[in-house]
Design a binder for this molecule. Structure first.
Ligand SMILES: Nc1ncnc2c1ncn2[C@@H]1O[C@H](COP(=O)(O)OP(=O)(O)OP(=O)(O)O)[C@@H](O)[C@H]1O
Ligand SMILES: [Mg+2]
Length: 241
């Protein structure tokens, strides 16, 4: 293995996925390198969440090659993939309503991993000051934005190498969107690798190094965030701007 391949945490090739008989993803290919924040973009229904579910082993029917840390995970079960160090924050972002913030965090705890940031509730409260102010608050008594932060924090308690974040900015107040962007940039400085799905170009531009743009389950564009920002034709064709 040369240095370049060691540096690729996640490599997806020829990924096809289906809901029943509906063919949703068509030969999706992408990669995330160590330390990168990569945006998976596209309008409603483009296939962003399906791509993440397929990577996590959550689709009943999917074909293609998914390598994580140099290992083929295309046939692995979701819990095995999670134990290898892939964190996943789905778009429904559920917290345990009857558990406190601290207890929710404990649910996500996994042993430390060599080469990954070792998270503790203390460290997470520094990253999410809001949560630090309410360690005993029940999950069900938090705002949507606070729950969103708690699901991210709980995922980090697993000390992942890579986090899949499904639309972190969706449906939360602008002030939370800002905190999410700050949080992602702090994680990036800590050396975390992140694949985030996002429709909001402004948000993606703030935090991402590169982008893939999906339409109807096909990758239509890939490039650096700067290239995408400068490409009005691609933005108009595949994004809502
Ligand atoms: N459980 C399901 N059963 C059948 N079809 C589904 C299911 N979930 C999604 N789809 C379809 O798969 C396609 C891709 O959906 P997906 O949720 O991956 O898009 P998305 O890019 O995440 O969109 P959004 O921005 O709305 O979250 C859409 O046509 C959608 O209608
Ligand atoms: Mg989605």
């Amino acid at each position: 293995m040369n240095a370049a391949t060691q540096d690729v945490l996640l490599r997806v090739e020829g990924l096809n996925a289906f809901y029943g008989r509906a063919h949703i993803l068509f030969d999706v290919a992408l990669e995330v390198r160590r330390g990168e924040v990569v945006a998976l973009m596209g309008r409603n229904g483009a296939g962003k969440s399906t791509t993440m579910k397929a990577i996590m082993g959550l689709m009943d029917r999917a074909q293609g090659k998914v390598d994580f840390l140099g290992k083929d995970i295309s046939r692995a079960r979701p819990h095995q993939i999670a134990r290898m160090g892939m964190g996943y924050v789905p778009e429904d972002r559920r917290v345990f309503a009857d558990l406190s913030v601290l207890e929710n965090l404990e649910v996500g705890r996994q042993p430390p991993r060599p080469g990954a940031v070792a998270w503790t509730p203390q460290k997470l409260f520094a990253l999410f000051p809001n949560l630090g102010e309410m360690p005993q608050r029940l999950g069900g008594r938090m705002s949507g934005g606070e729950q969103q932060m708690l699901t991210v924090a709980r995922t980090l308690m697993g000390n992942p190498y890579l986090v899949l974040l499904d639309e972190p900015s969706e449906g939360v107040a602008p002030v939370i969107v800002e905190q999410m962007a700050d949080m992602i940039m702090t994680l990036k400085r800590e050396g975390m690798s992140i694949l985030l799905s996002e429709q909001n170009l402004h948000f993606a531009e703030l935090v991402s190094d590169r982008a893939y743009v999906l339409e109807n389950g096909h990758v239509r564009y890939q490039g650096t965030m700067d290239e995408l920002a400068a490409d009005a034709a691609v933005r108009h064709a595949y994004l809502s701007v």
